[in-house]
Ligand binder design. Structure first.
Ligand code: ACG
Length: 460
């Protein structure tokens, strides 16, 4: 399946308030269909005060700026008619401080007090987040709560089994509305605080137990639901969760692909495939590798290459010739730009999708000014549809090739090797075989094909 990660606020605006919305996506399903998309991962659409939606106020609602429950039902119905699935991002590790559960807790309601994690005499209020030294304890009125993702998002306390029931209801609610699956946010963080010793500590076994129960429940409601996990970590940690989810985002591979192109080094790709991908297929891990370059938390692909869109095209060549599900972050198919200077400020990689070269026209979202993708920078759909050599047309042709060769999704990788210029490998299924050559150095070189074999050549 070919997936598209879509940020509603920045996509398409149906009611001229400058903010993208669900009706807007429904209006633009043909754009996605034409691109070749088969699954849409919607970033959080529930009521939230934050622009990104990851601090949820009410898990059973839709952000009023994005539309209504009926708009959502209409979107899934229309997407299904066009053969596309809708997967929803459900950030259940924490809530907003504005969530009714937290407000009741802070006002002393015993049931809801047990939904969150509070400081006690053992707590070190200066404890820091391990990857960037942000604080994780915050004061609200007279109490301190644990909030790994900041002062407006208190973590839920999953030691409390009542909460497991509540979260099951959340999944049930959305399945009944017609979603085809979920992207499980922060999956390694459900149990990441050791309450006994009051210290940050990943408890992977407990996470696995929780997700086993949740995925089992989701599948009991919808056996073909697609469950995608976000575990942003090294291969050693990701390995612990293998087989638990249908699709696992392959974060380590994303770095390997970008570094291969950035440093023109074929060896990096060979190592990356060996280390992060081969075992999914050749080692029979039951999950599918979710392959991607960037997401809304990361610097955009073309910015990684200082604006060089040829390097982005090369990255796409790699993405579409690997087993697994390819994911495209919205706007990457145009080579949109966006840097992240501070991990807690990600707006710059989530700028409005550029539909028109002038920056204005029906449906154009304008919730923020475009610092990285201003008008007349040839990054619009309008411009790129006309230009044969655009990133958009390049990606379209790769997706077309990929859909004609669906077997690649589950193929094996054999004969993986490199020389100074080229990475070579063969993708193999029971009946088919594809020899892949990536010229990483972008310098002219020759390759020797095997004698007595007939070749159908793709690419240039
Ligand atoms: C998800 C969403 C994100 C969202 C939240 C919270 C979670 O995609 O948009 O934030 O709902 C960590 C978490 C992820 C989280 C990101 C933002 N993403 O694990 O779940 O933060 C290291 C850490 C990772 C960390 C990453 C962040 O290990 O855990 O991700 O850094 O940069 C190698 C290493 C690897 C290392 C990387 C990068 O690969 O192997 O371990 O990762 O290098 O150094 C949103 C907003 C936030 C807001 C929150 C409430 O974006 O600003 O606070 O909502």
């Amino acid at each position: 399946m070919i997936f598209y990660e879509l940020f509603v606020r920045s996509f398409y605006d149906s009611n001229n308030d400058g903010i993208g919305d669900l009706k807007g996506i429904t209006m633009k399903l043909d754009y996605l269909k034409d691109l070749g998309v088969e699954g849409i991962w919607l970033l959080p659409i529930m009521q939230s005060a934050a622009f990104h939606g990851y601090t949820v106020i009410d898990f059973y609602s839709i952000n009023p700026s994005y539309g209504t429950i009926d708009d959502f039902k209409e979107l899934t119905k229309e997407a299904h008619k066009k053969g596309m699935k809708i997967v929803l991002d459900v950030p259940i590790n924490h809530t907003s401080v504005k969530c009714e559960w937290f407000q009741k807790a802070i006002n002393g309601n015993e049931k809801y007090k047990n939904y969150y994690v509070w400081a006690n005499e053992k707590t070190d209020l200066n404890e820091k987040r391990h990857w960037d030294d942000s604080l994780i304890w915050f004061k609200y009125k007279d109490k301190y709560f644990y909030g790994l993702f900041g002062s407006s998002s208190p973590d839920l306390n999953f030691e409390n089994k009542e909460l497991w029931k509540e979260i099951k209801n959340v999944f049930k609610f959305w399945i009944e509305l017609g979603v085809d699956g979920f992207r499980l946010d922060a999956a390694k963080h459900i149990f990441d605080y050791d309450i006994k010793n009051m210290k940050f500590k990943y408890q992977h076994e407990k996470n696995i137990e929780f997700w086993k129960e949740m995925t089992g429940y989701i599948k009991s409601l919808k056996s073909d639901a697609i469950i995608i996990s976000e575990i942003w970590d090294s291969p050693e940690i990701v390995k612990k969760y293998h087989g638990l989810f249908d699709v696992e985002f392959n974060f380590p591979l994303s770095y390997y692909i970008k570094d291969t192109i950035k440093y023109h080094d074929p060896k990096i790709l060979v190592n990356g495939i060996e280390e992060t991908l081969k075992h999914y297929i050749n080692g029979h891990v039951e999950s599918i590798s979710g392959n991607f370059f960037t997401n809304h938390d990361m610097e955009r692909l073309t910015s990684e290459f200082n604006g060089n869109s040829d390097m982005s095209k090369m990255s796409f060549n790699i993405l579409f010739t690997l087993p697994g599900y390819p994911f495209i972050y919205y706007g990457e198919e145009l080579g949109m730009l966006g840097e992240i200077i501070d991990v807690n400020f990600t707006e710059d990689s989530q700028e409005p999708m550029q539909w028109y070269e002038s920056g204005f026209g029906p449906g154009q979202t304008e919730w923020k000014g475009c610092k990285y993708n201003p008008p007349y920078s040839k990054l619009s759909v309008e411009e790129q549809e006309k230009n044969q050599n655009s990133v958009l047309n390049h990606v379209k042709s790769l997706i077309k090739f990929r859909k004609e060769n669906r077997w690649i999704e589950n193929s094996k990788i054999v004969d993986l090797k490199n020389d100074r210029f080229i990475v070579t490998y063969t993708l193999k299924s029971e009946y088919k075989e594809l020899k892949v050559y990536h010229n990483i150095k972008s310098q002219k070189t020759t390759i020797k094909l095997e004698k007595n074999k007939s070749y159908k050549i793709f690419g240039n």
